[in-house]
Design a protein around this ligand. Structure first.
Ligand SMILES: Nc1nc2c(c(=O)[nH]1)N[C@H]1C(S)=C(S)[C@@H](COP(=O)(O)OP(=O)(O)OC[C@H]3O[C@@H](n4cnc5c(=O)[nH]c(N)nc54)[C@H](O)[C@@H]3O)O[C@H]1N2
Ligand SMILES: Nc1nc2c(c(=O)[nH]1)N[C@H]1C(S)=C(S)[C@@H](COP(=O)(O)OP(=O)(O)OC[C@H]3O[C@@H](n4cnc5c(=O)[nH]c(N)nc54)[C@H](O)[C@@H]3O)O[C@H]1N2
Ligand SMILES: [Mo]
Length: 842
């Protein structure tokens, strides 16, 4: 009994490798947990083993620890749909890429800010003591603040740092640095940069991070679900907090309803997604980045055939009349946006578009958009246009109707329990004392940069850019500190980054594994993993399902420390350690956050056990809350429950946006050609393949790529797979399993060909997060493992949101002939002494 889960999982892994050519199936849904308790497999170890509980973005789990070593990981028994990503945990902890010591780049060690920055990335590092490393950082911060000022320091915004409310590493870094002086931060994020800026003008909130209509209601009321550029089965594996995977139970029910014909699901995607395959849904292949044209075709049909809800438009929206001339071909380009016009761009047949419009109008229809289509040039436009279609359909605020931009994320749609969740270690100084350098003179530069423009700031010092109605003068910062993000994964265009980084005097990275961000830094501090410290986390980002204990599994390996301890040590150099910690250690902070939560929940009728009991048991669970319909209150009373838009109504036409006068984001959605596009678009003659970098099935971004066994289970020819259609592969003489070179004007990489039926001609995919592994530090050097950001374009989506456009990217692929270099990324730094001689450290 105890081994049934493990057996089925091992069985699954075997199947997975046999199915390498079709790895876009939805295996996780089929893995039913039969686990009721954790039982050691090996009798000899029984008496020595302890079981602990912890959490991660990819779920809560129980871990078996013997003699300070993690030997087994099992999903938390509440989790009915655990993900395979969990298998990466041991490989993350025991990765050959662990950062073992505080390290300083050789030339920086000798020459400090006058070092040869073109050497950055040559991977030669010197081991130093913790004291020396922290002193160096402290001295650098002093130098930056006194020679330049706050504009010269960039504190890289926090990415997908590990879960855990006490140790959240970005908070620690930012809090400690803020005690010393001010810096340049970032605005927005890589996920939804365009969506989160445009949607407040249109629907009054970011929508991308909003709770959505409950799945219960959708399953009961919706007749048609249009899943537009979203892969729920793949992307619900992870959540911002410890993920419960409850949404999968609803996907199982949806599958049944689709089978019975009770609900029609239509996926619109250039790729047949895991979701489409799992649900066996209908599927419309659309040319990449042309969804907007299809949306106009739908709107045109709704208008022409009088299928739109005039009363809804009059009561709840503004600006349809200003939008209509564009649809009719009476303004701007003077082209009528007919389904035929849409077909000529998108390749979706006009008659299919017409029928889709009719089906959406005649049935209760829930639209669900993913985020990928706003992570491309002009990514604001399809988001806006989809809201206009939803408004024309008039179902916004009805059960099972309207539009959602978040059902693929963090189990949105699972009703919230209503309980309060534990807070976090405070980000800011909340005791009213100034930083050591209170200087706030940014010399006219902005004190933040739209997050993906951070490389432009280095290459075009002082450049003024538009951003959301403002002008931003980019600070040409001299020093950058990164913690809890992998800058050399998330940012686009590696060779541009290499050029830009040469203008940086000092770069600090804090991480537990040797990412390319460490390789391209000057000072690297070894954090420990979340499994080497105690913490607690929110269980269920939107469902507020409960609180999960994160019990330290093993002691920190090598010379690593918790982020808390790292920055506490730093704060000593300011003489402010007690302020930093507020006189509490790790366990006292955990208890405080738990008890604050306990006290908030008590009057609400959510009773929690004592802290001791919680810590021993490992979790608190709250029952699922009441089902809920997004925008229902607005529909009930648009005056009282006005939206957060400037007018309080849905803005089909936005006067505010129009008033900014941007060419690339006007007062209503407009079809604009992209800088590059497949299927006959710009650059497609030279680089005919559109490369999308969707989010990885088997990882969380770059996290887990360093877990050797896990990586080897999906790598092809020892590299990250590039998914390619049989037709495109044939044309190039490429076979499944071949080593290939993928390239464009911006860069080149090696990858392994995964010839795959889910991909149509002209469309390829490399999952984001593949570890950047350049052959050497020079510009143009080949990436030996397959990071798609070696090839992507680094331009802002538009003047409005300046968000990343990673999915606007054309490439060509050829079979690699010759002797291929081994991947360089997974073995950590080259350790040297001050003379540059290689040394072996123990
Ligand atoms: N081409 C392309 N690029 C993309 C995307 C895309 O779709 N295409 N997607 C973008 C999106 S949506 C996102 S969200 C970003 C994600 O970008 P990131 O958030 O930068 O990605 P992660 O790989 O999760 O990086 C987290 C890093 O934090 C480290 N870390 C984890 N826990 C701790 C800790 O406790 N302490 C310390 N000190 N470090 C820790 C991990 O080891 C890892 O190196 O990528 C973006 N980049
Ligand atoms: N397993 C796993 N899950 C994750 C993450 C992860 O790293 N791993 N990361 C999380 C994070 S931080 C984020 S931001 C979200 C990302 O969520 P999304 O951005 O929604 O996810 P993607 O996987 O990039 O793309 C989703 C789908 O969009 C399709 N698509 C791409 N371009 C187009 C287009 O032009 N038109 C249409 N119609 N479809 C298109 C892709 O083919 C894919 O099927 O995922 C989250 N979930
Ligand atoms: Mo993201």
């Amino acid at each position: 009994m105890s081994n049934q889960y493990n057996q089925s999982r091992r069985g699954f892994l075997k199947t997975a490798s046999l199915l390498a050519g079709s790895s876009l199936l939805a295996p996780n849904l089929m893995a039913q947990t039969l686990l009721t308790s954790k039982k050691p497999t090996d009798v000899d170890l029984d008496t020595l083993a302890t079981w602990r509980i912890s959490g991660a973005h990819w779920g809560a789990f129980r871990a078996k620890v013997v003699a300070n070593r993690l030997v087994e990981v099992e999903p938390f028994e509440f989790d009915q749909h655990p993900t395979r990503i969990l298998d990466a945990v041991p490989g993350i902890i025991y990765s050959p890429a662990r950062v073992r010591y505080p390290l300083v780049r050789l030339d920086w060690y000798k020459n400090r800010e006058k070092s040869n920055t073109a050497e950055r990335g040559d991977n030669r590092f010197i081991r130093v003591s913790w004291d020396e490393a922290l002193d160096l950082i402290y001295e650098e911060l002093e130098r930056i603040q006194t020679t330049y000022g706050p504009w010269a320091l960039h504190t890289g915004n926090v990415g997908w740092r590990s879960v855990g409310q006490v140790h959240s590493c970005g908070n620690h870094m930012l809090r400690a640095i803020a005690m010393h002086g001010n810096s340049v931060g970032t605005a927005g994020d890589y996920s939804t940069g365009a969506g989160q800026v445009i949607m407040p003008y249109i629907l009054g909130s970011t929508e991308v991070y909003s709770q959505g209509t409950s799945w219960d209601i959708i399953l009961q009321e919706s007749k048609v679900i249009v899943i537009w550029g979203s892969d729920l089965v793949k992307n619900l594996q992870v959540g911002w907090n410890t993920e419960t995977h409850e949404a999968y139970a609803y996907l199982e029910k949806l599958k049944e309803k689709v089978k019975k014909g009770d609900i029609r699901v239509i996926c619109i995607d250039p790729v047949k997604s895991m979701t489409a395959n799992y649900l066996e849904s209908e599927h419309l292949y659309v040319n990449p980045m042309t969804d907007l044209a299809v949306m106009f075709g739908i709107a045109h049909t709704l208008w022409k055939e009088k299928l739109y809800d005039q009363a809804f438009l009059e009561t709840y929206t503004l600006g349809f009349d200003e939008f209509l001339p564009y649809l009719k071909g009476e303004s701007e380009d003077m082209i009528e946006k007919t389904p035929e016009w849409a077909e000529s761009i998108s390749s979706v047949p006009a008659e299919v578009i017409r029928q889709l419009a009719r089906d959406m109008a005649n049935n209760r229809t829930q639209m669900m958009l993913g985020w990928s289509m706003q992570r491309q040039q002009h990514g604001e436009q399809p988001y806006w246009m989809a809201a206009i279609i939803a408004a024309m359909l008039g179902q916004i605020g009805l059960p099972g109707g309207g539009i959602s931009y978040s059902h693929h994320y963090s189990s949105v749609g699972v009703s919230s329990s209503g309980a309060s969740m534990p807070g976090a270690f405070p980000l800011n100084l909340d005791f009213g004392r100034e930083p050591k350098y209170p200087n706030t003179d940014y010399k006219g530069y902005a004190n933040f940069i739209p997050v993906s423009r951070v490389v432009d700031a280095l290459l075009e010092p002082g450049k003024e850019i538009n951003y959301n109605g403002n002008t931003i003068k980019l600070a040409p910062y001299k020093m950058a500190i990164f913690s809890g993000c992998n800058q050399w994964h998330r940012q686009q265009d590696r060779n541009k980054m290499k050029r830009a980084y040469r203008n940086l005097e000092t770069v600090v990275a804090v991480d537990y594994n040797w990412t390319a961000t460490c390789r391209f830094a000057d000072i690297v501090l070894p954090a420990c993993t979340p499994y080497e410290r105690n913490d607690l986390d929110v269980y269920g980002t939107y469902s507020n399902r409960g609180v999960i204990a994160m019990q330290k599994l093993i002691d920190p390996l090598y010379y690593s420390k918790t982020d808390f301890d790292i920055w506490r040590e730093f704060s000593k150099r300011l003489g402010r350690e007690r302020e930093y910690t507020q006189d509490k250690n790790e366990m006292q902070w955990i208890e405080k956050l738990y008890m604050d939560c306990y006290n908030e929940n008590y009057p609400k009728g959510f009773y929690m056990p004592s802290f001791r009991e919680f810590w021993q048991k490992g979790y608190v669970l709250f029952p699922e809350g009441k089902p809920w319909v997004r925008h229902a209150d607005f529909r009930d009373d648009p005056e009282v429950n006005a939206l957060g838009t400037p007018s309080g109504f849905i803005e089909i036409y936005s006067r505010t946006i129009a008033s900014y006068g941007y060419e690339d984001c006007k007062g209503h959605p407009i079809w604009m050609e992209k800088a590059e596009r497949s299927h006959g678009g710009p650059k497609s003659d030279q680089y005919p393949l559109w490369m999308q970098s969707a989010h990885p099935d088997n990882r969380l971004h770059s996290q887990g790529c360093e877990a050797t066994k896990m990586r080897e289970s999906y790598a092809i020819a020892g590299r990250e797979p590039v998914f390619i259609s049989p037709e495109d592969a044939d044309e190039r003489g490429i076979q499944h399993g071949d080593l290939v070179r993928v390239y464009n004007d911006r860069g080149q990489l090696l990858a392994g060909a995964n010839v795959n039926d889910n991909f149509p001609k002209g469309v390829v995919r490399i999952f984001e997060g593949a570890w950047y592994s350049p052959l050497d530090e020079t510009i143009g050097s080949i990436d030996t493992y397959g990071d798609p950001n070696t090839l992507t374009m680094d331009v802002g989506t538009s003047s409005l949101s300046q968000a990343p456009s990673a999915n606007t990217c054309q490439v060509e692929i050829e079979k690699f002939i010759g002797v291929a270099p081994s991947p360089t990324g997974f073995t950590g730094p080259i350790m040297v002494d001050v003379e540059g001689n290689e040394v072996v450290e123990i």
